[in-house]
Design a protein around this ligand. Sequence first.
Ligand SMILES: Nc1ncnc2c1ncn2[C@@H]1O[C@H](COP(=O)(O)OP(=O)(O)OP(=O)(O)O)[C@@H](O)[C@H]1O
Length: 258
Amino acid sequence: MHPATPDADTPAEGTDPAAPAVAARGLSKVYGSGDSAVRALDGVSVDFAHGAFTAIMGPSGSGKSTLMHCLAGLDTPTSGTVRLGRADITGLGDRRLTQLRRDRIGFVFQAFNLLPMLTAEDNILLPARLAGRAPDRARFDRVVAVTGLADRLDHLPAELSGGQQQRVAVARALLHAPEVVYADEPTGNLDSRSGAEILGFLAESARELGQTVVMVTHDPRAASYADRVVFLRDGRPADDLEAPTAEAVSAHLLKLES
Ligand SMILES: Nc1ncnc2c1ncn2[C@@H]1O[C@H](COP(=O)(O)OP(=O)(O)OP(=O)(O)O)[C@@H](O)[C@H]1O
């Protein structure tokens, strides 16, 4: 299905299909001050296109998590701006940021953060219920179909494999058609088969649901599922690779680490 098709995925207010889904301009982040100051990001400008699946990679300490946290409104940059669609999210207060994360962003982290006493279905629906939104049934059915969870909906997390639990977390993140899904090492706790499944779902959600996905990973094989890899070094974009293969990603990483 084409991302621009007007249906349950109608973009939220403030989006502009012609503009990037997310744009960072001159983003810097300094932790601490004086002699102990660490410049985690050093003037990062990068765009993430609508419906693209992008991996962020780079050596340890290169600023990947800091960049993702600033893009997602979980951390405040020292300078520079982040736009989500047309909206500049830098400088928003805590309340507005919390609301924006809830309404317009989805998160998939390494720890699945499912509630053990709720079924898969109730876990997927929980954020919508907490936000007081009536869940969109058509969207729910589509997301459940994409994540292959139809016959697992009444299971508790403890009755699901790690891969299935992570699929529930992905479905939960995708349900409200967020403008962007941020995934931080989403396969870190999974065996390679379950990891491949989750990456397949993220890639499919970009292709079939028009979902913008930004993923931090250390794994060249994981990055090869993305449409593009942005490499960081010392808090700065160092390289950009389209249609990555695991081999090409490894070669770029080796070059960056040398
Ligand atoms: N809260 C913090 N206080 C001080 N320094 C920090 C903080 N968070 C990160 N840093 C520093 O900022 C730099 C970038 O960290 P960041 O976690 O973004 O890197 P990363 O590329 O995600 O690393 P890794 O691959 O090891 O997870 C590092 O030097 C780190 O030590």
